[in-house]
Design a protein around this ligand. Structure first.
Ligand code: PMP
Ligand code: GLN
Length: 388
């Protein structure tokens, strides 16, 4: 038989699936894959449930139901001061994952260069490559994960079609500041490139940090794509509802891709998310405050147990250096060991690099978006395992 696509056939199974399966097998406390264990806002679920029973359960419009597209536009104005035309500039997708695929397949021409920032979310690179893009990787170094300006500037060329980046950033919990975004914007303008920004954690930002969308910077309104996810903003990761915002000309090829990938997204979930995006500011403030408390609870306990804990300014995650615990082995070994021997699952950070053998191998990512009792159970197990 002829072989299938070599790039896709050559991929392993995503680390999140691998670690969650291992967690189930060993009944460990799963702080690996990023999903909350609360139920999400009652009014959002009630709206989706009511629509499921009483609404129109046939194909919604290809771009998304008007109520949700309007809510996405209003939400962008409320939180980023962006004026967005809901009819021509908003697309609803089946999760940010589909949105990313739509953007990359819709914008990249084979041979285009694509700038990416490592560590990077694991769906980016395979899709860039499958779309024919040539990845130009720039690496952030721990513990500060500062943007290396010279390297970034040299990664851009006149062949650069776009930069794809993520802020707040998974896994390293960095929130790009305005100066860094300005610098990225200046490179996009200089090289006539687009910025595709994965902003799924836009509401999960801590301390004095603020989420700024690169789309709000001078000259970037027409050349940026902003991607959000209801999974993160409403703690409903299984719903897989994403939203894309882009200027009309940029949106066209993205929507063309969407129409042949999924065409549309379940209408009751869209309805529920529209309710969510219209929740009062209090909801979003409480979401960030709640996550910040969970971050502190887990990060402080991990530090007491002996991990070197890196700062986490946003997202669901905290990165830890496990070398102080004197473990001899890679991050993959460590995460497997921790699941089997201590009953707690984390994710090896090398999975967020193009090539794990050239990645740091001493970081484990723990997810803190859990009920306090879940975090406490994990901490108890780690304390008793490491004798702290
Ligand atoms: N981007 C990042 C950085 C993520 O962490 C995730 C994970 N949930 C996604 C995209 C995918 O989001 P969704 O579940 O909405 O597809
Ligand atoms: N984004 C989640 C994480 O980083 C996982 C999403 C997935 O499993 N596809 O843990």
């Amino acid at each position: 038989m002829k072989s299938a696509n070599s790039l896709m056939s050559g991929l392993g199974t995503t680390v999140f699936e691998v670690m969650s399966a291992l967690a189930r097998e060993h009944q460990s406390v799963n702080l690996g894959q990023g999903f909350p264990d609360d139920r999400g806002p009652q009014e959002v679920r009630a709206a989706a449930a009511d629509y499921l029973l009483n609404g129109h359960n046939q194909y919604p419009p290809m771009m998304g139901i008007p109520e949700l597209r309007q809510a996405v536009a209003d939400h962008a104005r409320r939180f980023q001061g962006l004026a967005v035309d809901w009819q021509t500039e908003v697309l609803i997708t089946s999760g940010a994952t589909e949105a990313l695929g739509d953007c990359l397949f819709g914008l990249i021409e084979p041979g285009d260069e694509v700038v990416l920032i490592e560590p990077l979310y694991d769906s980016y690179l395979p899709i860039v490559r499958r779309a024919g893009g040539i990845p130009k990787l720039v690496r952030l170094e721990p513990p500060t994960w500062r943007l290396p300006r010279e390297e970034l500037a040299s990664a851009f060329s006149d062949r650069t079609k776009l930069i794809l980046f993520n802020t707040p950033m998974n896994p390293c919990s960095k929130v790009f500041d305005t100066e860094e975004l300005d610098f990225i914007a200046s490179l996009c303008l200089e090289h006539d490139a687009y910025a595709v920004c994965d902003e799924v954690y836009e509401h999960i930002v801590f301390d004095q940090h603020r989420h700024v969308s690169i789309m709000t910077l001078p000259g970037m309104r027409e050349r940026s794509v902003r991607i959000g996810s209801a999974g993160k903003s409403f703690s409903l990761t299984g719903w897989k509802v994403g939203y894309v915002t882009a200027a009309p000309e940029l949106m066209k090829p993205i929507a063309k891709t969407h129409q042949f990938m999924t065409f549309t997204t379940p209408p009751n979930l869209q309805w529920g998310v529209a309710t969510g995006l219209r929740l009062a500011d209090d909801y979003f403030v409480a979401l960030a405050a709640d996550m910040e408390g969970k971050r502190d609870r887990l990060a402080n306990a991990l530090a007491e147990i002996g991990f070197a804990v890196l700062p986490a300014h946003g997202t669901y995650f905290v990165t830890t250096d496990f070398r102080p615990l004197r473990f001899n082995g890679t991050d993959e070994d460590f995460c497997r060991y921790l699941t089997v021997e201590a009953g707690v699952t984390a994710v090896p950070v090398s999975a967020f690099y193009a090539d794990a053998s050239f990645a740091p191998r001493h970081f484990a990512r723990f997810c803190f978006c859990k009920e306090e009792a879940t975090l406490d159970r994990a901490v108890e197990r780690l304390r008793s395992h490491f004798g702290r």
